[in-house]
Design a protein. Structure first.
Length: 108
């Protein structure tokens, strides 16, 4: 850690991501292909939000991959890497660069 650049330190100390890592339950793979995996979990405590989940999409390939996942209804999304609300959506539709991932808090 002492030799890590500021970008790496910010990733490793991101409080929203640490919350998912240290305080989530029912962690499960929703689906996985040779190049794409989708994972979901729930907070381990009562949340201030109704029906909260965490959603992660991982590109495990060396090529860009399109991730399109239908949530079934509209949910609020918060990008936990960027610390930004991403609006309300029924479908998560992103292009993931090689070896990239997205991580959202999803709630109604």
């Amino acid at each position: 850690m002492t030799a890590a650049d500021p970008s790496t330190v910010s990733l490793l100390t991101n409080p929203e991501v640490l919350e998912v890592d240290q305080h989530s339950v029912n962690n499960r793979v929703v689906f996985s292909t040779g190049e794409l995996s989708v994972w979901m979990s729930k907070p381990d405590h009562r949340s201030a939000y109704y029906d909260v989940s965490y959603f992660a999409g991982f590109n495990t390939s060396s090529n860009p991959v399109s991730l399109r996942y239908d949530l079934g209804q509209k949910y609020w999304l918060r990008d936990l890497w960027e610390h930004k609300n991403a609006g309300k959506a029924k479908v998560i539709d992103v292009m993931l660069p090689p070896h990239a991932c997205v991580l959202y808090r999803v709630w109604r």
